[in-house]
Design a protein around this ligand. Structure first.
Ligand SMILES: C[S@@+](CC[C@H](N)C(=O)[O-])C[C@H]1O[C@@H](n2cnc3c(N)ncnc32)[C@H](O)[C@@H]1O
Length: 303
């Protein structure tokens, strides 16, 4: 419920300033347990008005009059967000690196921490000195990693594999929007070598943000639990089933000296290092995210 004595009917008949509406929505979001209430309220207002955050800020400090239908739409979306539907599903998009990706039901919403994984891949691709380095993203979801690499390292040839046909639809859409720079393949990442055919054994980088949550560790956040697909989240009893497959399948995808880069949970670094080391990758190292949590492990396939 909204705090204070202003009713929905009051707002519709008397009007409500943009700033008041954003503040009231942020209050509702805080009550609903949303971690970033102000940001979410601002982004929903920007979405309804069809403006960026800079223009929204200008309108918030001016006497900008928004229309009745805009207010009505805003409060409809506030209701959805208060029921913990992901903001990105409501707006239909997620910012990721330099991209704005289309997302919605059936695809994992790309996360900010994965942007650092992309940076590692872009750095490796640049450092490879190859005129046309090859990268493959296993479990591409909306296409986030593959498309970010393809747009930031346009000399790279990028492939991506995804098992879910629903997720693949979002990846196809995002690929099209960005000029189809990625070769998208549908299938199980375990079958990647067969899926890529002739180019197996020639990749400079294999990258993956696989499902890595242990089956029993059901996420607390409603947005994740109810809206991210189970296939994107759960990775078996210890969460590392997909990592074990990746450690083996990537050996047949990379060229000698190629890199495997995997995102994982903050407590899984030691186990992922062990899996990669046992599969023959070396050196193997774990890297922190911006909050100093161990979130990525890389291995190099010996030359
Ligand atoms: C955590 S999500 C990551 C999605 C995307 N790479 C990102 O970072 O936003 C994991 C993705 O792997 C896909 N996936 C899970 N198991 C798979 C498998 N065996 N083969 C291929 N894709 C798989 C899921 O459908 C999901 O899209």
């Amino acid at each position: 419920m909204r705090s204070g004595s202003v009713t929905f009917e009051d707002i519709m008949t008397n009007g409500e300033s943009l700033g008041d509406a954003v503040s009231a929505a942020a209050g509702e979001f805080a009550e609903a347990g949303i971690a970033t209430p102000e940001v979410d309220a601002l982004l929903l207002a920007a979405h309804v008005l069809g403006v960026g955050r800079g223009e929204l800020a200008a309108r918030l400090v001016s006497d900008f009059a928004w229309s009745g239908p805009q207010r009505e739409q805003f409060w409809g979306l506030v209701g959805r967000r208060s029921r913990r539907e992901p903001l990105q599903h409501i707006t239909g998009e997620a910012g990721f690196r330099q991209l704005v990706l289309a997302v919605g039901p059936g695809a994992f919403v790309p996360r900010p921490e994965t942007e650092l994984l992309v940076q590692m891949v872009v750095d490796a691709v640049m450092a490879s000195g190859q005129p046309s380095p090859r990268v493959i993203d296993l479990g591409t979801g909306s296409g986030a990693i593959a498309l970010a690499v393809a747009t930031e390292a346009p000399h790279a040839q990028v492939w991506a594999v995804e098992k879910s046909s629903e997720a693949l639809e979002w990846a196809c859409r995002n690929n099209e929007t960005n000029g189809n720079p990625v070769t998208l393949l549908q299938g199980d990442l375990a079958d990647s070598v067969t899926l890529v055919g002739d180019v197996a054994g020639t990749f400079d980088v294999v990258v993956s943000n696989p499902p890595y949550i242990p089956d029993e560790a059901v996420p607390r956040d409603t947005e994740v639990r109810l809206y991210d697909p189970a296939l994107a989240l759960y990775g078996g009893p210890d969460g590392l089933d997909a990592v074990r497959v990746l450690a083996h399948v990537a050996r047949d995808l990379v060229a000698p000296g190629g890199l495997l880069a995997i995102e994982h949970g903050e407590l899984q670094g030691a186990d992922v290092r062990q899996i990669l080391t046992q599969a023959g990758w070396r050196p193997v190292s774990t890297h922190p995210d911006l909050t100093t949590r161990d979130r990525y492990t890389t291995g190099v396939w010996p030359s």
